[in-house]
Each structure stands twice: as structure tokens, then as C-alpha cells.
Design a protein around this ligand. Structure first.
Ligand code: GLC
Length: 794
């Protein structure tokens, strides 16, 4: 069953049934000002973080309320409704749909012969948002309408203070009315005063309200606010308790007549607010200001996505790679894990491993932005090589301390290092250099988080040194507080196969860098180290048909044939391939094992059974129900590694099978099972041990987005740049007879046509570059012209 569809021409997802099984949302805005909005206008706004920079209230986990509401009332009949289906929720006679687009959301409705059209967006780079409201009288009589805009301010930017510490936060907020806007002032007389505004242009204000209780009325709700029922606000302002912005205007419309009004909401003091509002006055530049804003947004998103566009026979694949997965990658890139409609986002700041991986998701689209953030993350690496587990948004080097310092613990609640954090730098730096050819990036001086500075190359050296400075009992890198899996504690001296494989890959990458920089002694050292590491991993972790997951402090082998439960874990199998450790034959054996034992119709489980039957101290995932999250759920980020591993082996069918099992667009027709937005990846899907197998959770801000993007681009499409050129090696399903790829590679255009008449999964028979037959599928940058036609015959 579906609730909507992808509008191909516009890059929109159109929700046609508004009673979706969960709020289906969009993210608007930029790092400065973010806004989350559902198909029913639920959601909230925030500066940088949903937990610390909160502007609008939202009640999590219940009813998707409040939101950015526009109420409409027929003043001749007293009937009222909302422009969005909720909160009033008219059943009879209401028709509506929601279109989520890139950087904007449109909610359209028709009720009582009044058509309403609301466009929500945040103008590029601004700290305010626009609700552009149009109304049309579709009846043949004159209509007298009242229209109310409603925004519920938080009393404090900090979510907890606002909702929990009420003995304090209920006594700091008040509102003023100023001409065409409500101004909210928080702690007005202190140095930390904060001001928000909610304004209306396009129609005079008839009444206003700055006090939530006065607007809603006692024992009422957002569904039937007193002011709307009565047809006017009480002109009440707030002093203590709860502020809101509510503005009422009465309009009359002739048959067929249309009107446009604009609500503006933001965090600015009175004078700045007045300047902003003036821009949107109808007599001045108002209409065209919205047009200009929207055009700028469109150009911005076109620019972001232009570097890669594909056309395969699978429209859903195209939708994900060209638009929605890419869009989600920008979302995680910008906000990390800091604002959601599922959780309040108290893990504010950038998770080291999360963000370093998120950067990969936009590498092929905006390497310039990737560079900036990558340097930022390098400055959050300590001089002994570890990454700070959590990097504050306003981090600057020298101010952050080693994680054992008290200040860091109290700020971030994290007393120790993770074994994997800095190791994620290797694939990300490598991808950056590959995409741009900027080898000199390795020589860039970047400060460490605590003290001193080093080149990027030295930072990477330190990351390797950190792993070697923390050996486990058997000489593999120690598990420390955790590796990729936050709920798996192998112990200070325990050992993680996953980390060992990451280190193995880091050593390969570093050898390439050392060769590029002619660092011979170090190169030798790396070769020796890598050979030793490979031997150790083989001896300790390989069991013929699988790699184990790790060895605890006390010597328990996790993910072993001899385990009592959770005998087979997904990640060490895919990573054995991605790290380059497993040869083709071994790789096939272990991935076949995965296919037979952990695959499901919704993707592969994280391991073959839950941890409930496996007793050891570090099995933190036991707190979760079986088949959820890290406890044998179908964790979605690892699907990306699995797809990529299968593609590298040339098994296009398998890669595509895993892709479609977990791809949002492919679940559009079973949206009632998946529950989550069919255009967005989530953190995990409930596995086969759950009564709700297939139900998916924690949409939007997850590492799944970037990892699956990489799997599609480098794996299925097989676009693998390196410092000097690009390898083209698709691994596709047999039924794809033709694929077109347009990629901009360091300013040069590649038009690639893959012909697959024989129904192959991988490999090529002939390759042509600009009409010339080639003897390899690797193109050096020098071979390429400004425009290139590549024909790849499979
Ligand atoms: C969450 C975390 C991520 C971690 C994963 C597995 O997605 O954000 O950092 O790797 O869970 O535990």
C-alpha cells in the first residue's frame, strides 16, 4: 500500500494520503537555521541543534503536534479548518496533499470551496523561515474568511530547560505586539536576552495573541483553539508561562479571487525583524522576494546535485541516487545527529565517526564542502591520534581537551576513546584526494584539538600510532570503549576484528600516501606492520567460513562457530572484503555464509541471533528487544558495506538484491509495513525475530545515507576515482540492459553509457573513450578531454 509517489520531473515526493503511518518529514534550512516539517505541518525550528537551539516547541512521540499552523475560518458559517489536514483534521470534504521538495515543502488543500496553498521554506543562508500562504475562492459567492497563523515558541533554547526545568523557564519569557508582528523576548533584561518574531504581511492584522493559553483556551487543544472558534484573538500578551505567536487577519474574496499572505518566523530582535518583514511587504518587493528566494533555493540544489546523474532501468534507483539519498546525505552532513522528529537531539555536535563518514556521502557532489568539514574534523583529532568522540559545533582547536580531562567528561559524558574514530579518516581523506586530485592536501598544516599542529599526513600517522599504542591482549588493536558498534564493549584489552580490519585498510591507504610523498622509511615500516597484522587477524579471527567479531578482555570469542548465540556477525564479513584482507575465494565463502544465514527480505541482520543468550559484560545491546537496533536488528548502515563488498566481488545481482531490500523507494508499495518515509533511509529495520519485521526507525540523521550512497556510486555504478584517474567498473543486476551516467570529474564531463545486452553482472567486452577503443577500464585524468563519451560494453 502506498501513501504517495515520486514526482520525477520535480524531484518531489508527493504525499497523497495524509494519514501516513508516522509523520513523514522534510528538513529545510541550513546550518544556521533548521526547520523540520511533516506532511501535516507538525515539527519545529532550531538554530544548529534541536536540543540547544530550539525555537519552536514540539511534542515527541505523540500526535505530531504542534507545528506551523494556519487556521482558516468561514466567518459567515463559523466553520473552521486548518490549511494542513492536521491539527483540525476535518474528515468530510477535506482534500489535501503535501509535496516535499529539496529545501521546501508545499501543503495544498481544498475545503468548502476554498483552495489553500502553503509553501514553507528557509531562504538560503537566513535565520528565518517563510510560510507563503495563498488562498483562492473557488465558489461562486463572495467569502468572508478569517485566517490565523500560529507558532508556539519554546521558552528557552535548551530543550530540557524549556520542558523540564519549569520552575525556571516559565518565568523568563514575554511577548510584545509591534505593528505586524509578535516579538518574544526571553530574559529580556539580561546580557543573554534572546528575541524571536512571528510576522504577517499581505493583509492587515485584525487581532493577535502572544499567550498560548489565551489562544488555545482552557481544556482545548490545537484541534479547536478558542481564538479560531470565536473568530478573533484576545489581543493578549504573555508575561511568564507560555509564549506563542498568533496573528489573525480577516479577508474577503470575490468568486475566483486569489490572495497571498506571508508569515515570517525567526530569531531576530525587533529592528532586524522589522527590516526582514519589510522585504516581504506586498507593495514593495514582497511577491518577488519569495520568488527570488525560491529560485535561489532551486539553483542551489541543482548545483549540489549536478555532479552526478544516472539513468538506469530502475526508476527507484535513479530517484535515490540522483535526488533523495543525495539530499539526505546533505542533511546528515549539515546536522549530524542533532535534530530529529524522533528524538530531541541531545547528542549535540558532531560524532567523530559519524561526521567523518557523512562527509563521504557528498564527496562526489560537493568536494569543496567536504574539504572544509574534513579539515574541521582533523582539528578535532588530538595530538596522540584519537578523535574526540563528540565535537561541539563551535569547536576550535586548543579549546578542547583530552577526553580524560574532567571538563570534557562533564560536557560530553564520555570518559574514554573509541577504537575506531580516527580510523574513519583514512577512507574519507582518500576519497577526497581521489575526487579532486589534490595530493597536496596531505601537506596541509592543521592544528590538533589540544595542542600543536601537523600536516594532514602527520595527523594520519598519529591515528595509526594511536591504534598501535593501544594493543589488546593478543596484539590486535584494543576495543577500548567501543568500535563502530556503540553497544559492544569488548573491554580495554579486548579486541575487535572490525577495528583490526579498519587498521589494515588504513595501512594500505597510508602506503599509497607514503609512496606519493616519497616517505620511504615509513613506507617500509607500514609494509612490515601490515604483513604482521594480516597474519594475526588470520590466526586469531578467521574460522574458515567466517571472521569472528572480536575477543573480549576475558578471552571470549564473539561471533565464533563455537559461540552459544550470535555466531555469525555481518560487519567483519563485509569488512574483510572492503579492507582487502580476504581474497576472492574467501570473500565469496564468507559472503555466501552471510547470504544464507542473515539475509532477509528487508536486508541483512547485524548477526544471526540476538545477544539475549550470550552472557558477557560488554553485551550492552541486550537491553534491546530481539531483532532491534544492535541486538540482531537489520541495522541499515552495514547494508551499504555489504552492497559495496558484493559489488567489488562483481556480484551485481547480490549487490542489487541487498540494495532493493533496504532502499526506501523500493518499499513505497509496502509503506504500511516500513512505516518510515519512503524517500529516506533510517537507522534500522526490525528483523525477523520481531512481530513487526520490516518496520523501520530513526529516519534522516543516520550514517546509512552516506554509506549506501558510496555503495551505489563506487559499487553498483562502479565509479572509483583515485589520485591519478578513474576506474569504471559497474556491478549491476542482469536485467539492466543499459545505464547512462553523467559525472563531472574534476571539472571534466564524463558521459558513460553501459550496454548490457547479454545480461551480465560485471566485466566488459569492449570499452571506447571518445570513439577510441581502450584496453582498460581505467582512465587517467590526462587521457580525458573536457567532454568525454565513454561506451562500456558488458
Ligand atoms: C548509531 C551511531 C553510530 C554507531 C551506530 C552503531 O548509528 O550514530 O555512531 O556507529 O549507531 O552502534
Amino acid at each position: 500500500m502506498n501513501y504517495g509517489y515520486f514526482a520525477q520531473d520535480k524531484r518531489e515526493y508527493v504525499i497523497t494520503r495524509l494519514d501516513t503511518p508516522a509523520p513523514w518529514v522534510n528538513y529545510l534550512g541550513s546550518p544556521k537555521y533548521g526547520a523540520i516539517i511533516s506532511q501535516n505541518a507538525g515539527g519545529y525550528s532550531f538554530l544548529k541543534s534541536g536540543a540547544r537551539g530550539r525555537i519552536l516547541r514540539y511534542r515527541f512521540n505523540y500526535d505530531d503536534m504542534p507545528g506551523r499552523y494556519v487556521y482558516l475560518r468561514d466567518d459567515d458559517t463559523s466553520d473552521y479548518w486548518s490549511a494542513s489536514w492536521q491539527p483540525v483534521g476535518k474528515q468530510e470534504g477535506y482534500r489535501g496533499q503535501c509535496r516535499h521538495g529539496l529545501g521546501y515543502t508545499v501543503i495544498e488543500s481544498q475545503y468548502s470551496e476554498i483552495a489553500s496553498h502553503t509553501t514553507y521554506y528557509v531562504p538560503l543562508g537566513q535565520r528565518y523561515e517563510i510560510w507563503r500562504q495563498r488562498l483562492k475562492n473557488e465558489s461562486d459567492r463572495q467569502r468572508h474568511l478569517s485566517l490565523f497563523g500560529y507558532a508556539e515558541f519554546s521558552n528557552h533554547g535548551d530543550y530540557e530547560q524549556d520542558l523540564v526545568n519549569l520552575q525556571y523557564s516559565l518565568f523568563i519569557s514575554k511577548t510584545h505586539f509591534d505593528e505586524n508582528k509578535i516579538i518574544q523576548a526571553i530574559s529580556e533584561n539580561s546580557d543573554e536576552a534572546v528575541f524571536r518574531f512571528f510576522a504577517l504581511t499581505g493583509s492587515p492584522i485584525n487581532s493577535y495573541c502572544g499567550d498560548r493559553e489565551a489562544f488555545i483556551g482552557a481544556y482545548r487543544s490545537y484541534r479547536n483553539p478558542q481564538a479560531v472558534v470565536e473568530g478573533h484573538c484576545a489581543n493578549a500578551l504573555n508575561y511568564n508561562l507560555n509564549s506563542c505567536g498568533a496573528l489573525h487577519t480577516a479577508i474577503s474574496l470575490q468568486p475566483g479571487e486569489e490572495k497571498e499572505l506571508i508569515f515570517i518566523l525567526g530569531q531576530h530582535a525587533q529592528d532586524e525583524a522589522a527590516d526582514i518583514v519589510r522585504r516581504y511587504e506586498p507593495d514593495g518587493l514582497s511577491q518577488s522576494q519569495c520568488e527570488l528566494d525560491l529560485q535561489a533555493l532551486e539553483r542551489y540544489w541543482q548545483h549540489n546535485l549536478a555532479n552526478l546523474q544516472v539513468e538506469t532501468p530502475d526508476e527507484n534507483f535513479n530517484q535515490m541516487v540522483n535526488n533523495w539519498n543525495a539530499y539526505q546525505c546533505f542533511t546528515t552532513f549539515i546536522w549530524s545527529r542533532a535534530a530529529s522528529l524522533i528524538y530531541c537531539g541531545q547528542r549535540d555536535g558532531y560524532g567523530y565517526r559519524d561526521t567523518v563518514q557523512d562527509i563521504q556521502g557528498i564527496m562526489h557532489l560537493r568536494p569543496d564542502l567536504a574539504r572544509e568539514k574534513l579539515i574541521f574534523m582533523l582539528t578535532a583529532q588530538l595530538d596522540h591520534g584519537a578523535g574526540l568522540p563528540l565535537v561541539s559545533f563551535d569547536h576550535y582547536p586548543g579549546r578542547d581537551y583530552t577526553v580524560d580531562a574532567f571538563a570534557h567528561i562533564s560536557e560530553n559524558g564520555e570518559p574514554a576513546y573509541r577504537a575506531d574514530d580516527a580510523l574513519w579518516l583514512f577512507p574519507t581523506v582518500k576519497k577526497y584526494i581521489a575526487e579532486t586530485g589534490e595530493i597536496d592536501f596531505l601537506n596541509l598544516q592543521v592544528p590538533y584539538a589540544n595542542t600543536g599542529t601537523g600536516t594532514v599526513y602527520e595527523h594520519l600517522k598519529q591515528a595509526i600510532a594511536f591504534s598501535y599504542a593501544h594493543p589488546g591482549r593478543n596484539g590486535l588493536p584494543a576495543g577500548l570503549i567501543a568500535d563502530w558498534n556503540d553497544t559492544l564493549r569488548l573491554g580495554e584489552k579486548g579486541e575487535s576484528t572490525f577495528v583490526a580490519m579498519q587498521l589494515y585498510l588504513a595501512l594500505t591507504t597510508m602506503q599509497r600516501f607514503a609512496a606519493l610523498l616519497n616517505d620511504k622509511t615509513y613506507l617500509k615500516d607500514l609494509e612490515t606492520k601490515q604483513a604482521e597484522l594480516a597474519e594475526k587477524i588470520d590466526a586469531l579471527c578467521f574460522e574458515g567460513d567466517r571472521y569472528i567479531r572480536g575477543i573480549t578482555d576475558t578471552g571470549l570469542r564473539i561471533g565464533s562457530q563455537d559461540s552459544t548465540a550470535a555466531k555469525l556477525w555481518l560487519n567483519p564479513q563485509s569488512w574483510a572484503v572492503l579492507s582487502g584482507l580476504a581474497d576472492q575465494e574467501r570473500a565469496q565463502t564468507i559472503l555466501d555464509n552471510v547470504y544464507e544465514n542473515v539475509r532477509s527480505d528487508y536486508g541483512a541482520h547485524l548477526m544471526d541471533s540476538s545477544l539475549h543468550d550470550l552472557e558477557f559484560d560488554g553485551a550492552l545491546a541486550r537491553i534491546y528487544n530481539d531483532s532491534c537496533k544492535e541486538n540482531a536488528g537489520i541495522f541499515l548502515q552495514p547494508q551499504g558495506w555489504l552492497i559495496l563488498a558484493e559489488a567489488w566481488l562483481g556480484r551485481g545481482e547480490r549487490a542489487y538484491d541487498y540494495f532493493t531490500a533496504s532502499s526506501p523507494a523500493h518499499q513505497n508499495e509496502r509503506a504500511e509495513i516500513r512505516v518510515m518515509e519512503p524517500y529516506v533511509y533510517g537507522q534500522f529495520t526490525e528483523g525477523c525475530g520481531s512481530p513487526h519485521a520490516g518496520r523501520s526507525h530513526v529516519p534522516w540523521l543516520t550514517g546509512t545515507a552516506s554509506t549506501i550512497m558510496v555503495a551505489c556510486v563506487e559499487g553498483i555504478l562502479g565509479l572509483r576515482p583515485d589520485a591519478t584517474g578513474i576506474l569504471v567498473q559497474p556491478a549491476i543486476p542482469r536485467i539492466w540492459d543499459r545505464v547512462r551516467i553523467e559525472k563531472v570529474f574534476r571539472g571534466k564531463r564524463l558521459n558513460i553509457v553501459v550496454e548490457n545486452k547479454d545480461g551480465n553482472e560485471t566485466g566488459y567486452q569492449e570499452i571506447y573513450l571518445n570513439g577510441q577503443k581502450m584496453d582498460s577500464n581505467y582512465f587517467t585524468f590526462k587521457q580525458l578531454d573536457a567532454d568525454n563519451e565513454i561506451v562500456y560494453i558488458m
